[in-house]
Design a protein around this ligand. Structure first.
Ligand SMILES: CC(C)(COP(=O)(O)OP(=O)(O)OC[C@H]1O[C@@H](n2cnc3c(N)ncnc32)[C@H](O)[C@@H]1OP(=O)(O)O)[C@@H](O)C(=O)NCCC(=O)NCCS
Length: 161
């Protein structure tokens, strides 16, 4: 196995928008977050963006969205540069997004994933996510989404959707 430089997870800052957009365009062929949207989301308190930094380069990111009066957080996007794949960045970003959701008193993390995205589905399964439905024709190209959810707490607090 290759030796890779260590990575660190940190909150994104507005200056990261261009690098995030570059990664987005490298990794996703459709349903991309635009540079303009990254700029807007980075300025919103309803979004948390975390980056995996290798030195001064961004090798991946995760974004969670929150709604007022809802205890369900949504993993809106997660992506890791293929050059850094399979070295734990995805799992660490996912955990950091879950920690951010817990910090905001959310009790569930919800996400949608393309049903043909085997790598991401494996990541979610290995991270404790449970199947929670299928949404036909969800993506730009007509692909269906699988919905997954993970309880973030073992307490009995009520879930407000
Ligand atoms: C999904 C993604 C974020 C995983 O990132 P990563 O840093 O490579 O993931 P990790 O190294 O943390 O892997 C954690 C686990 O996920 C699963 N996994 C990750 N990549 C996988 C692959 N290509 N094939 C099968 N399982 C995979 C494995 O269970 C892995 O654990 P293991 O390496 O001990 O077997 C990355 O492949 C990616 O950016 N894909 C393109 C963007 C995308 O599809 N995002 C999700 C949109 S919903």
């Amino acid at each position: 196995m290759r030796n890779l430089d260590p990575f660190a997870i940190r909150p994104a800052v507005p200056e990261d928008a261009a690098d995030l957009s570059t990664i987005e365009n490298q990794i996703f062929s459709g349903d991309r977050i635009s540079l303009r949207s990254f700029r807007r989301l980075l300025a919103q308190t309803s979004a948390v963006v975390l980056v995996a930094a290798v030195g001064n380069r961004i090798a991946g990111y995760a974004m969670a969205l929150f709604r007022r009066n809802s205890s369900i957080a949504r993993l809106y996007s997660i992506a890791v540069d293929p050059g850094h794949a399979r070295h734990g960045l995805g799992k660490a970003l996912l955990k950091a997004a879950e920690d951010a959701a817990r910090h905001r008193n959310c009790v569930v993390m919800r996400l949608e994933v393309r049903e043909d995205n085997a790598a991401a589905i494996r990541l979610y399964g290995a991270s404790g996510y449970l199947p929670a439905g299928r949404v036909a024709d969800y993506y730009e190209d007509g692909c269906a989404a699988l919905r997954f959810e993970k309880p973030l707490t073992t307490s009995n607090r009520e879930v407000q959707s």
